[in-house]
Write a protein that binds this ligand. Structure first.
Ligand code: NDP
Ligand code: OXD
Length: 316
């Protein structure tokens, strides 16, 4: 039985880490797959189109990404083969750092201080205390909950929104379309960690931004803030630009975009209160990927339950 690495980037790194952990494993790297029948496990990130459907012995697919939207959109994905997505403290910790960094950055009005510094202006700007800022987490899964636990000690007023009810200690929790308005209307900083599915595509629109922070806005924050580290397909880039221009959004930190890499002509690159990062909020580190993929493969071979199994009906 053979293990296939089919990844559009870092395939050699992943293979080297896997080989170091299990030197006896018959390891193949796409496109050099050898006899297709031999392959029972595949580690994938943007695999060549249609490849997985040509592997008759495939028993397990491990996604390098925590998000599996690209795989879900592939009509040739063999849906009868279990698909597990990457969940690991290494990635989770990185994402929690990213969200905390950008919540603090905007709460402390850093983009305005950067502008003042560029003009050598020593100026005071009033800032709210953390307990006066309402941070809304869209998505209360592995990453949303980790972000909440990192933000909590600062004293932020936390709220969260998920598809199904997820009551969490010390947070006002909302779920489903019916409770979206109630969630948004008392959110000053919206941090998005949703998966991209048919239901969530384009959710971050001008209409949604207009519903943010309508009641009891935190003193001194000039307007609502958007942080999106989920997927670019969740947002409409042009709506973010328009909302910033209209003052419906004060600032944004964006790690993901409708088109990646973000085209040089995008006004988001140049907006003084937008932070652009290159989809690196939380990387899947090769050593952690290798350990995880082998653990999943061994568990599956023993017949143990798989962790982080993707539910095709939900799309994540
Ligand atoms: P999880 O599957 O653990 O959590 C997803 C959360 O989103 C759940 O709370 C889920 O609700 C909620 N959700 C899903 N659909 C809807 C909906 N229609 N309405 C409301 N809530 C919804 O995912 P993770 O936390 O592990 O990851 C989230 C996303 O982060 C990934 O899918 C990926 O796109 C992105 N990501 C980005 C990275 C980056 O570097 N930028 C790195 C890693 C991940 P419920 O709890 O009810 O199921
Ligand atoms: C992921 C990502 O989904 O890096 O893991 O975006």
């Amino acid at each position: 039985m053979a293990f296939l690495v089919a990844c559009s980037s870092r395939a050699d790194r992943f293979a080297a880490e896997i080989h170091a952990l299990d030197p006896g494993l018959d390891l193949r790297i796409a496109p050099h797959i050898g006899r297709a029948e031999d392959i029972d496990t595949a580690l994938v990130w943007q695999p060549p189109a249609g490849l997985l459907a040509t592997l008759p012995g495939l028993r397990l697919i491990v996604s390098v990404g925590a998000g599996v939207d690209a795989l879900m959109q592939d009509p040739t994905l063999p849906r009868e083969v279990p698909l597990v997505r990457f969940v690991d403290p290494d990635l989770t910790g990185r994402m929690a750092e990213y969200i905390a960094l950008h919540v603090l950055y905007h709460h402390r009005r850093m983009s305005e201080f950067r502008e003042l510094q560029a003009r050598a202006i020593w100026n005071y700007l009033p800032e709210p205390a953390a307990h006066e800022v309402r941070v809304g987490l869209m998505g209360l899964g592995v990453l949303g909950r980790a972000a909440a636990s990192v933000l909590k000690p600062f004293g932020y007023r936390l709220r969260g929104w998920s598809r199904t009810p997820r009551p969490l200690d010390g947070m006002a929790c909302f779920s489903g379309a019916a409770e979206l308005d109630a969630f948004l209307e008392e959110t000053d900083i919206l941090a998005v960690l949703l998966p991209l599915t048919p239901e969530t595509r384009g959710i971050l629109s001008r209409g949604l931004f207009a519903r943010l922070s309508r009641t009891g806005r935190s003193p001194f924050l000039p307007g609502p803030v958007l942080i999106n580290a989920g997927r670019g397909g969740l947002q409409i880039d042009a709506d973010i630009v328009a909302a910033l221009q209209a003052g419906e959004l004060y600032a944004a930190s964006l790690d993901v975009f409708e088109t990646e890499p973000l085209p040089p002509a995008s006004p988001l690159w140049r907006h003084p209160r937008v932070v652009v990062t290159p989809h690196n909020a939380a990387e899947s580190a090769p050593p952690a990927i290798a350990r995880y993929a082998l653990r999943q493969m061994q568990a599956h071979k023993r017949g143990d339950p798989l962790e982080n199994l993707v539910d095709h009906s939900r799309g994540y």
